[in-house]
Design a protein. Structure first.
Length: 272
C-alpha cells in the first residue's frame, strides 16, 4: 500500500479544536512532497476532456488553497469551500501574497461541504485529496453529492477521488512513519490504522512529534482521522440518487482502470 494520506481539513476528525489549530500550522510542511502542480494539471486535463467549456470551478474542501491557486493560474475562476478557519486563513494569505498571478479569479468561503449553499452556479465541481472519504455515513456522502449537484450548471461535471475498497482490502492498511523538515521545524508522524471491514471505514490514528530546530522543544499531537473506502456499485448508487451519472473512473494520476492495486480512484460524474 502507498503511504496513508489524508487531509485534516476535510472532514470528521476526533481531536480538540486546539490540536487541530496546531496541526493546520504544519500541514503544508507535512505535505511539501505532494506534487500539487501535477495534480492540478491532471484535474485540468480531466476537465478539458469531459467538460471543455468549463470556465468556473467550485472546490469542496479546498484546504490551504494550493490546488485552487494553480487552477486559477490556468484561467479558471475558482471558489473554494473550507470548513477549517485555520486552513481558510492560509488560503487567503496565499491569495494576497500572489496577487496578480490569476489570484483575482480566486475566492474562498468557510463552510461545511454537506450544507453550504452559495448564490451562484459553476461549470465543474471538484473535491480532492480524499474529501469524500471523510464523509463516513451514507447521509454525509449524499449531502456532499447534493451540494455539488445544486451548484452545477446543466451538464456540469463533478470530479473527486476516494479510497478504493478493492485495494484497501487487498493491500491492508499498515503502520507508516513520515518525516519532513524545513529550516525551522522537523515533523515525525506515526500513522496507525485500524480497519473496520463491516463499516467500510479505517481509523487512522496519528501521533505527531513537532520539533523546533532552534530551541529543540518538541510538541506532541494526537488525532484520529476516520476514512471511508468505496466500491464502484455504491458510488454509482450515490450518483444516481443525487442527480448524476457516472461518466468515467480511473486510478488517480495514472489514468489506469481501477483495480485491486488502486488505493486512490478518481471519479467523474455528470449532472443530469
Amino acid at each position: 500500500m502507498p503511504e496513508i494520506q489524508s487531509n485534516p481539513s476535510k472532514g470528521k476528525m476526533q481531536n480538540s479544536t486546539a490540536v487541530f489549530a496546531d496541526y493546520s500550522r504544519y500541514y503544508d510542511l507535512l505535505y511539501r512532497d505532494k506534487d500539487y502542480q501535477a495534480e492540478a494539471d491532471y484535474v485540468a486535463g480531466l476537465i478539458h476532456r469531459f467538460h471543455p467549456n468549463t470556465r468556473s470551478i467550485l472546490e469542496l474542501g479546498s484546504g490551504t488553497g494550493i490546488h485552487a491557486s494553480l487552477l486559477a493560474e490556468k484561467g479558471f475562476t475558482v471558489h473554494g469551500i473550507e470548513r477549517s478557519a485555520e486552513m481558510l486563513a492560509r488560503s487567503l494569505a496565499l491569495t494576497e501574497k500572489n496577487a496578480g498571478s490569476g489570484h483575482d479569479r480566486l475566492a474562498f468561503s468557510q463552510g461545511d461541504i454537506r450544507y453550504i449553499r452559495l448564490n451562484n452556479n459553476f461549470d465543474t465541481a471538484i473535491s480532492l485529496f480524499h474529501v469524500i472519504s471523510y464523509q463516513t455515513t451514507n447521509d454525509d456522502v449524499s449531502a456532499a453529492f447534493q451540494t455539488a449537484r445544486k451548484h452545477l450548471n446543466p451538464g456540469g461535471i463533478f470530479i473527486f477521488d476516494v479510497w478504493y475498497g478493492p485495494a484497501v482490502l487487498t493491500d491492508r492498511p499498515a503502520v507508516r512513519i513520515k518525516r519532513m523538515a524545513d529550516e525551522h521545524t522537523e515533523i515525525t508522524r506515526l500513522a496507525e490504522p485500524v480497519l473496520h471491514p463491516n463499516e467500510n471505514l479505517v481509523d487512522v490514528n496519528y501521533h505527531v512529534f513537532v520539533r523546533d530546530l532552534q530551541s529543540g522543544m518538541v510538541r506532541e499531537l494526537r488525532e484520529t482521522h476516520v476514512m471511508r473506502y468505496f466500491f464502484m456499485p455504491e458510488l454509482n448508487l450515490f450518483a444516481m440518487q443525487n442527480g448524476f451519472k457516472n461518466l468515467h473512473a480511473e486510478e488517480w494520476l495514472s489514468g489506469k482502470p481501477p483495480g485491486v492495486d488502486t488505493w486512490g480512484a478518481c471519479i467523474v460524474l455528470q449532472a443530469q
